[in-house]
Design a protein around this ligand. Structure first.
Ligand code: GLC
Length: 722
């Protein structure tokens, strides 16, 4: 096909995109007319300035026409300390802010309202700091337990991601700031992230990896989206015709802008044609005096347009999207909100998310909450004193303060309890158990009523701000699931010295606890719980807060059980990944293949108990309504996340043993019961038949399973859809 013909075809596609995605500004014709008028006034140079970076964290503006630079800031759980253009710290305001719990902790709350509050804090502090875009939420599916950035993300389940991401984005954007959903798409490992080519079935893409992004665009109206580093089916994700033009902008009607991840653009023509609107972070920008014109979407574009090899409408479409976002967030006209910073309210949100996100995994003989008879506690483990905020990579946060677990336990324990502390292990990559440190910890544990060990994974070492040799960080993956620093020996020794031992695990995901899990009466998963995390943990330990967190991902027993390792064949060529685990991610794998997890997706205990009863399933033509009652049968108030799973026993293509399709978090006083009614719409029963390339609802019987976790099903019902 002649080059000319192709070009004409592509220009027509773009024009159709521009209008079918009708990048209508939110304020109707006026903003749209203003956008048209502005574009008419702009020179080609000015347009090109806007479609690439003008500093490390900004893209170009046009002062002559009152168009400001777009100022971005990491990261998904805090506003970064830098002033916004490059890496210098902010001088005109104190540069440390509200350090919220990480993404997995937020998802573990299963509380969409809290997701909104979480986003509101970020939007408000971004306003105060003069930033326009928060580079979050990060929502890549947690497919492998080894991914270094799982802590920043949400879940293995696309439905939970879709519910939590909508709240977060609306929270940010109701403050007049843009959220930036990332990393689109299939960036589920850090190893070789800049080069790997990810492949998967269309069904896995549609059922597992896209729903979170689709909800962000079509339900939350996210203003910006970040293309990921990896290739997808052979083409760089950030300049990928299928992902950007076809799915995002045409199918979903995305009206906002696509920015690249930092350095994720690899050539001019694909970036221009395949939906990248702003090129960020190309390595030139890291030079002392970078020349941003040298970016792929820089001076070259001027030559292409002037020589007639590129139609200017391609550039106009990008500028239009950027201006759409600027108008939508009052960057050109209108009044920006002032915002607030380091307020008590923001810190309370951080506390609330931590309190509701910490998961009580095990609690034999009701060791927890610690009773008033406990007069001495031996706190053990370096993670008890370690501040985590500045770790993790681009999501690092310079916290206004950070209450460590030890500080929280001392503060909440007060003078009622005598508290000792021993580090128990040192954080040094490859360090084996230090005999003297274990002896010291065992000594302390043997003298105390209760021992609380705080261990697990870590971000960067020695407070290093980036990912050097860390376990939970950007640009690294974990080598395995084995507890580092000799913690297994430490825990085993302490348990022997004092069977009343609580293990608290910090980190972004599962760790191999097989050596001691059966002898440990109480285990908590605390993620990286933010600046108030120490207080939240202590309030749970002492019973001031009744835990209600539920695992947003499966904790498998060992790495060998992980579907990504077991059936997700990574060919010898590490530059090419095939997701042969396909749709069997997380509990979809464990429950279908009957593999026992250590702790199941959706699992989380409470200090009270809940009873489920009275399930009624009312079928409609292509939907159903489920009604059931949850009762608090214990003697303390608590919250239960009632989960609704769907199974279709007979279908043309095989389906997982269960799929989460609804949930509701109910707060109940002792003895109180609540009737929950949830609607399962058509999409709760459909699956993607990639033979037909469409979502299908095959009539027949469906099983409805309801309970407090994917493996604690209390009610079973059926519905037949015609
Ligand atoms: C990083 C990350 C991305 C971050 C961006 C800016 O490489 O992948 O999440 O927002 O660059 O720091």
């Amino acid at each position: 096909m002649s080059y000319k013909f192709v070009r004409v075809a592509q220009v027509l596609l773009f024009i159709s995109l521009a209008y079918t995605s009708n990048a209508q500004a939110p304020k109707g014709p006026s903003a749209n007319a203003k956008i048209d008028a502005l574009i008419k006034k702009m020179t080609l140079e000015e347009k090109v300035t806007m479609i690439h970076a003008s500093s490390s964290f900004t893209s170009g503006g046009v002062p002559r026409l009152g168009i400001p630079e777009l100022v971005t800031s990491d990261g998904p759980h805090a506003v970064r300390a830098e002033h916004g253009r490059d890496w210098e710290l902010d001088k005109n305001v104190y540069d440390s802010g509200t350090y919220l719990p990480v993404g997995t902790c937020l998802a573990a709350t299963w509380n969409t309202k809290l997701g909104y509050d979480f986003g509101s804090v970020l939007g408000s502090e971004a306003n105060f700091r003069g930033k326009d875009v928060i580079l979050g939420p990060g929502i890549n599916i947690i497919r492998s337990p080894l991914n270094g950035r799982n802590f920043e993300y949400q879940s293995e389940d696309p439905y939970l991601v879709s519910r939590m991401v909508v709240g977060y984005i609306k929270g940010v954007q109701d403050q007049g700031i843009s959220a930036c959903v990332k990393h689109y798409a299939a960036n589920n490992l850090e190893k070789n992230r800049n080069t790997v080519d990810v492949n998967m079935s269309e069904r896995a893409l549609r059922e597992i990896y896209l729903p979170g992004f689709k909800a962000a665009v079509t339900e939350a109206g996210v203003n910006t989206l970040m293309g990921s580093y990896n290739k997808f089916r052979g083409q760089w994700a950030t300049q990928n015709h299928y992902l950007m033009n076809q799915v995002l902008k045409k199918e979903w009607g995305f009206k906002g802008l696509v920015m690249s991840d930092w350095g994720a653009v690899h050539n001019t023509m694909e970036a221009l044609w395949n939906g990248c609107d702003i090129e960020m972070g190309t390595d030139l920008s890291m030079l002392p005096k970078p020349n941003y014109g040298k970016f792929f979407m820089g001076d070259t574009v001027l030559q292409l347009v002037r020589s007639g090899r590129l139609d200017e409408s391609i550039i106009n479409e990008k500028v239009r999207r950027i201006l759409y976002v600027m108008y939508k967030t009052n960057m050109i006209d209108g009044q920006r909100k002032k915002g607030a910073y380091n307020t008590k309210a923001h810190q309370q949100t951080a506390l609330k998310v931590a309190e509701e996100g910490i998961v009580l995994l095990k609690n034999d003989n009701k060791l927890l909450p610690l009773s008033s008879t406990v007069k001495s506690i031996a706190v053990i483990g370096y993670n008890a004193e370690r501040k985590q905020g500045m770790g993790g990579g681009s999501s690092q946060a310079k916290a206004f303060y950070e209450v460590t677990p030890l500080e929280g336990i001392k503060y909440v324990g007060g003078n009622k309890v005598n508290i000792t502390y021993s580090p128990g292990y040192k954080i040094e990559r490859g360090a084996t158990a230090d005999r003297s440190m274990i002896r010291q910890a065992v000594e302390a544990a043997s003298k105390a009523d209760v021992a609380v060990i705080v261990g697990g994974w870590t971000h960067g070492y020695n407070y290093s701000v980036w990912s050097d040799n860390a376990y939970d960080a950007e640009d690294v993956d974990k080598p395995n699931m084995t507890m580092p620093f000799g913690q297994d020996e430490l825990i085993t020794a302490v348990l022997k010295a004092n069977p009343k031992t609580v293990v608290v695990l910090m980190g972004g995901g599962p760790i191999d606890m097989t050596q001691w899990v059966n002898n440990t009466p109480a285990i908590l998963q605390a993620w990286y719980p933010g600046m108030e995390g120490g207080n939240a943990l202590a309030r749970i330990l002492f019973g001031q807060v009744n835990p209600s967190g539920k695992l947003p991902m499966t904790f498998m027993k060992t790495l060998a059980d992980a579907p990504s390792e077991k059936i997700g064949i990574t060919t010898k060529d590490t530059q090419r990944l095939y997701y042969t685990d396909d749709i069997y991610v997380g509990y979809r794998y464990f429950d279908t293949y009957k593999v026992e997890p250590q702790f199941a997706f959706g699992h989380g205990l409470s200090y009270t108990t809940f009873d489920y009863s009275g399930l009624k399933v009312q079928g409609g033509k292509n939907k159903a309504t489920v009604t059931f009652t949850v009762k608090n049968t214990g003697n303390v108030a608590g919250a239960e996340v009632a989960q609704v799973y769907v199974n279709q026993p007979k279908s043309t293509l095989p389906r997982p043993e269960k799929e989460l399709k609804a949930f509701e978090k109910v707060m109940l006083q002792p003895g109180q019961q609540k009737t929950v009614t949830l609607t399962l719409n058509e999409d709760a029963f459909q699956y993607y038949n990639d033979g037909l390339n469409k979502w299908v609802l095959e009539p027949g019987a469906f099983n409805i399973m309801i309970g407090g976790s994917s493996r604690a099903i209390k009610l079973n019902g059926k519905v037949t859809l015609k």
